[in-house]
Design a protein around this ligand. Structure first.
Ligand SMILES: *Cc1c(COP(=O)(O)O)cnc(C)c1O
Length: 463
């Protein structure tokens, strides 16, 4: 059979709430044109994020009931540790309440002013935690990764020549860790090849620099390797994942992605001395090392989620459902980042709305239009999220001008196991209609912006 179906049936349902276009106009104005500020009950299809929005399975829900809520030495912790260890092979598994807590602990130990931490592309919380430690976060994406119209198999790769050049320029002693994010979330959810993981690991280790994976979407990345990288077509996905981790000295993880749970994460470290330091920070900031800021039942759900996420019928459906949405909008001419990634479809706002000046946030304008059209919530991944300021060279009064990242994207992130094919058909229809009326889109300007991670709380007005 050709049709790839959802490999689950529905046991519990959750009501969707409908609003009229007139109501949405008022709601969006009240939210200052920032859908992060909408109430979720005013959203029909929520594609803001795939983080923590997973539908858990009946087996996960029943595992919650079996949680052992002991403060220390909980049976649920040992189950979790065994499940993580089985896949990653790392020797110290430190649970945290989510991914950024693992980042905070790692970089508060390894980071310092003058240190430089490279990645294919840092995720926003990773960058913020690195910068908070005084270190500099450097992105070294493969050149194909920032061209939306070029379809390549592994656009998430790191540019290994650029990594060698960076090490030569700043000195290995100033690089406390090399990170690699699988899949490359901020780079369009594009996968990293096993060859690239191996190469980056070899370069880091040649200079005795530890190598860590940001492993949030390790299972989706492993499935892409199976489908696209010669030599892996007949390898079980779990073995591929195990090989990916075998090249690293540790990882940070948000279980809200490929842990198939609503909260949780971990920091895994092979170096025992570093792990001891990390546990000391953990006790002050998160909790005792056998629960790390989570209810113990949450560890049960992660342990089960890690089994389910490596089920190949799930991963085949997962990657196909994203590609299906990409195909459906491309058929109507909508410019997207090609090929589609593992968790989201990214619209290319520069080609979608070329009439809007970058200073007026074309991707944010599309995000607003999708909400008005269909009650769909998406997120801007462009200048609002990653823009910075620099001095305006044409203006001697000291005015600042916006510095724009290379891509202006709208991310339609698909929660895991939540929406059906007809929901996705509806999304494709709304996106295509907004594209057909694209010359009506209007740009935006800030009326409020926070000094860090401004996209979460920004307020806008129409220009
Ligand atoms: C989500 C994410 C994080 C941070 O994890 P949280 O659980 O949201 O704190 C880090 N890196 C990547 C690539 C992510 O997608």
């Amino acid at each position: 059979m050709k049709t790839i179906i959802e490999p689950f049936k529905i046991k519990t349902v959750e009501q969707l709430y409908f609003t009229t276009p007139e109501e949405r106009k008022g709601l969006l104005t009240a939210a200052h044109y920032n859908p992060f500020l909408l109430h979720s009950e005013d959203v029909l299809i929520d594609l803001l994020t795939d983080s923590g929005t997973t539908a858990m399975s009946a087996k996960q829900w029943s595992a919650l009931m079996d949680g052992d809520e002991a403060y220390a030495g909980s049976r649920s912790y040992y189950k979790f540790e065994e499940a993580v260890c089985d896949i990653t092979g790392f020797s110290n598994i430190i649970p945290t309440h989510q991914g950024r807590a693992a980042e905070k602990i790692l970089f508060s130990i390894l980071g310092a002013p003058g240190k430089i931490i490279p990645n294919n592309t840092h995720f926003d919380t990773t960058r913020a935690n690195i910068e908070e430690s005084g270190s500099l976060a450097v992105d070294l994406p493969d050149p194909s990764g920032i061209k939306t119209e070029v379809a390549a198999d592994f656009k998430g790769n790191m540019d290994t020549d650029a990594l060698r050049a960076l090490i030569a320029r700043v000195g290995a002693e100033n690089i406390p860790v090399v990170m690699l994010t699988v899949t490359n979330n901020s780079g369009g959810g594009q996968p990293v090849s096993m060859k690239n993981i191996r190469d980056v690991s070899a370069i880091a280790h040649e200079y005795r620099i530890p190598f860590y994976l940001d492993a949030c979407r390790f299972a989706e990345n492993a499935m892409f390797i199976k489908l696209r990288e010669p030599g892996y077509e007949n390898t079980p996905v779990k073995k591929i994942a195990q090989e990916m981790f075998s090249y690293a000295d540790g990882c940070t993880m948000s279980a809200k992605k490929d842990g198939l749970v609503n909260t949780g994460g971990w920091l895994a470290i092979n170096d025992d001395k570093l792990a001891a330091k990390a546990r000391n920070v953990l006790i002050v900031t998160e909790g005792f090392p056998t629960y790390g800021g989570l209810a113990r039942r949450d560890l049960e759900a992660i342990a089960r989620g890690l089994v389910e996420v490596l089920d190949e019928s799930y991963l085949a459906y997962r990657l196909r459902s994203i590609e299906y949405l990409g195909d459906a909008v491309e058929k109507n001419g909508v410019p997207i980042m090609r090929p589609t990634g593992g968790h989201a479809v990214y619209l290319d706002a520069k080609r979608f709305a070329p009439h809007i000046h970058l200073d007026h946030f074309p991707a944010q304008a599309i995000v607003c239009a999708l909400y008005l059209k269909g009650g769909i919530r998406s997120v801007e991944v462009g200048s609002v999220m990653f823009g910075t300021y620099g001095p305006n060279t044409d203006d001697r009064s000291g005015a600042r001008e916006q510095i724009h990242p290379p891509m202006q994207l709208v991310r339609l992130a698909v929660p895991r196991r939540v929406y059906t094919q007809s929901h996705i058909d509806y999304v494709a229809e709304a996106v295509s209609e907004v594209y057909a009326e694209r010359e009506k889109l209007t740009g935006l300007r800030f009326t409020y912006e926070a000094p860090v991670l401004r996209h979460f709380t920004a307020r806008f007005a129409l220009v």
